[in-house]
Design a protein around this ligand. Structure first.
Ligand code: TXA
Ligand code: MG
Length: 353
């Protein structure tokens, strides 16, 4: 990597310092990498039309060239610049959900280099709903390719510090706009298939999409290994903490019993255990020889989503060897939370009764 020093510049999303934004836009146009906040997670941005800059994203993240990037645009009016044969439904979805955490996969136009899309003839596009991201897009006047600003297979960053932890010395500039609000990545919807397919559940729920798109389909990739190998970026190993993470489902009391037994076993063999719990779990887990951190109230999936990646990173930092998590209902944002946990668990879902 040719970057040596990473600069971090704080920007107040409510009172944006345009000088900082102009400097960041100039850096992008000069082929540099700029990490910036979106409403979902921090992105590692490069000028999407600059093949060399795009190559630096893959190098900085240690990301395989087979995993395509999301292209961010300033407004729906720019969609026709990066995509062609855009179906009418894309505009209906954009009218409802942009700016916001919905990424649409459509046919790529050649002004977007093939390497952005890992050689596919499609491109994933979204308009982010974050004032700093939008100001940067406006100032740069180019589409910005940006994957989540983490090292490959690490949990996505929801603060500038997370970006620095993963990419110090590998990114030129980080715009620090504080913690992101959604905390989970965008929902990715493929509009090039016969039936619109959710490739990754995220910040826009399946239920909300169904209101506009009744025939939308979602097949969890981790249940279909043959699809998983052909679908870029849907590898089961993803969002992985250093520790082994285990997702446990079943009646609540049985899950609590399992956690108690497993913690005792692990402690006896000298392992440190972390538990990601919801507030309602706390009394039942009281006195456990484990680091128990709260994600929020069970019914408050927005708070759980916002905290999830940060809490996983926190447990990693404490050096736990094992992380236990009780599986929560998969409705609304719960589906994206479940998806990230299954991937963090590398498919290790334990069913107890
Ligand atoms: O919320 C988000 O989506 C964040 C912020 C920064 O916008 N970005 C993000 O990017 O999560 P990333 O690179 O971590 O995930 C992008 C995923 C890829 O792994 C791939 O699965 C999918 O988007 N993707 C991108 N282009 C695609 C394409 N042409 N066809 C199918 N999937 C695509
Ligand atoms: Mg990512």
């Amino acid at each position: 990597m040719d970057v040596r020093q990473t600069h971090v510049v704080a920007v107040d999303a409510q009172a944006i310092d345009m000088q900082a934004i102009t400097a960041a836009a100039e850096a992008l146009l000069a082929g540099r990498l700029v990490a910036f906040p979106t409403e979902t997670v921090y992105g590692l941005g490069a000028n999407a039309c600059d093949e060399m800059a795009v190559a630096r994203i893959f190098a900085a993240k240690g990301r395989p060239a087979t995993d395509p990037l999301i292209v961010h645009i300033a407004a729906v009016a720019d969609l026709a610049m990066v995509a062609q044969m855009v179906p009418e439904i894309a505009y209906q979805l954009a009218a409802r959900f942009w700016p916001g955490p919905l990424t649409l996969v459509v046919r790529r136009r050649s002004m977007i280099p093939a390497s952005v899309s890992a050689g596919l003839d499609t491109v994933a596009v979204r308009v982010p709903a974050h004032p700093i991201a939008l100001a940067l897009l406006d100032a740069a006047r180019v589409p910005i390719a940006a994957p989540s600003a983490n090292r490959f297979a690490r949990p996505s960053p929801t603060t500038a510090q997370h970006v620095l932890d993963d990419l110090d010395g590998r990114v030129d500039l980080i715009l620090d706009g504080g913690p992101t609000t959604i905390g989970l990545e965008s929902t990715i919807l493929d509009l090039t298939a016969d039936v619109p397919m959710i490739l990754r559940p995220g910040g826009i729920s399946l239920e909300a999409l169904r209101m506009v798109l009744p025939n939308v389909r979602f097949v969890p990739r981790y249940l279909t290994p043959d699809i998983a190998s052909s679908a870029p970026g849907s590898l089961i190993k993803h969002y992985s903490p250093d520790a082994e993470l285990r997702l446990i489902t079943g009646p609540v009391a049985a899950v609590h019993r399992y956690i108690r037994v497993e913690v005792d076993l692990a402690v006896t063999s000298g392992r440190h255990v972390g538990v990601l719990a919801v507030a309602e779990d706390m009394p039942a887990l009281h006195g456990l020889q484990a680091l128990v951190v709260s994600l929020g109230a069970e019914a408050d999936s927005e708070t759980i989503g916002r905290r999830l990646f940060a809490r996983i990173r926190e447990l990693d930092r404490h050096g736990v060897d094992l992380i236990l998590v009780r599986g929560l209902p998969q409705s609304g944002l719960g589906l994206a939370i479940w998806d990230r946990l299954v991937r963090a668990a590398e498919g290790r879902v334990v069913e107890v009764s």
